[in-house]
Ligand binder design. Sequence first.
Ligand SMILES: [Zn+2]
Ligand SMILES: [Zn+2]
Length: 130
Amino acid sequence: MDTVLSDQFECFHCRKTFGGGVYEIVHERCRLHFEERVPYVESLNLRGLECYCSRACLESRVDRVMAREKIPVTHPGPDRIANCSICRTPVDRTEVHHAYLATLSEPLDDVTWDTLQTEYLAVLCKTCGR
Ligand SMILES: [Zn+2]
Ligand SMILES: [Zn+2]
């Protein structure tokens, strides 16, 4: 995702134009780091699929968006190992893998965005992640 975003978005669900906090469904390659006291996620190739004005709008759309991507939503937790959403193979999330997430981001200033909430929708193994 670009670090410079316009400050107005159109909600993919209700079509309202909004600014400020943005709910998004994103696809990314990522890797979890547990070696720090507070685990963190290293994100690569982040791709926003849709953005929304509210959590309610995101939840209204998430099933449709994930069906379009042909990915079952399994809500994997924050653990190191999670099962692939498609084939159920355990995925070691400290290695680079594909994942789908729902996020809430807010602008800190003109160029910097802070991700306030992250919820995993699906994790994919090497074979299923493309
Ligand atoms: Zn909306
Ligand atoms: Zn798989």
